[in-house]
Ligand binder design. Structure first.
Ligand SMILES: Nc1nc2c(c(=O)[nH]1)N[C@H]1C(S)=C(S)[C@@H](COP(=O)(O)O)O[C@H]1N2
Ligand SMILES: [Mo]
Length: 150
């Protein structure tokens, strides 16, 4: 088995913070959910097809404020996505909710039908709608749902 595939099996993605039921998800669990794909040019300037679970589905599973609950004070919720190397990016919750935005933010687990490559980590964020790929977090470990004002 490929080293990347072995490392991927041991990895978990945590969904925590302002959620009803915090989750620790394995790649196997994500593979059992309904997946979506997104084909895009990566840094090598070649088209690649990423497969994964829309972030919104994982937030719904954890019981974050989504859909009709995304109003009032919940409009100041944001997502802090944290990587193994300490890299962090923020998305506002409405940016990833289909009621507000057509943007797709995918927690990718496969690229071109294979486990992600070494360096990408077990989980990688892939997002439509940004001109730069700076919010495409590699080695994603934790998704925290937080209020802008604690
Ligand atoms: N974990 C992690 N993800 C990251 C980064 C990083 O430093 N660490 N850099 C970001 C930036 S600024 C860019 S432009 C893209 C670049 O991805 P690449 O190195 O695969 O081209 O990854 C993003 N994801
Ligand atoms: Mo970048």
């Amino acid at each position: 088995m490929l080293v990347a595939a072995q490392a991927q099996q041991a990895s978990t993605l945590s969904i925590e913070g302002e959620v009803a039921s915090p989750l620790k998800l394995t790649v196997a669990e994500l593979l059992s959910m309904d997946r979506m794909t997104h084909t895009v040019k990566d840094r090598d300037n070649q088209e690649h097809t990423f497969s994964g679970i829309p972030l919104i589905k994982l937030l719904e599973k954890a019981g974050a404020a989504t859909g009709p609950a995304l109003r009032g004070k919940n409009m100041s919720l944001f997502i802090l996505a944290q990587a193994a190397d300490g890299y962090e990016v923020v998305y506002a919750l409405p940016e990833v909710d289909p009621g507000f935005s057509d943007r797709l933010v995918l927690v990718a687990i496969e690229k071109d039908g294979q486990a992600l490559l070494k360096g990408e980590g077990a989980f990688r964020l892939i997002a439509t709608g940004d001109k730069k790929q700076a919010r495409w977090v590699r080695e994603l470990q934790t998704i925290k749902v937080l209020f802008a004002k604690p």
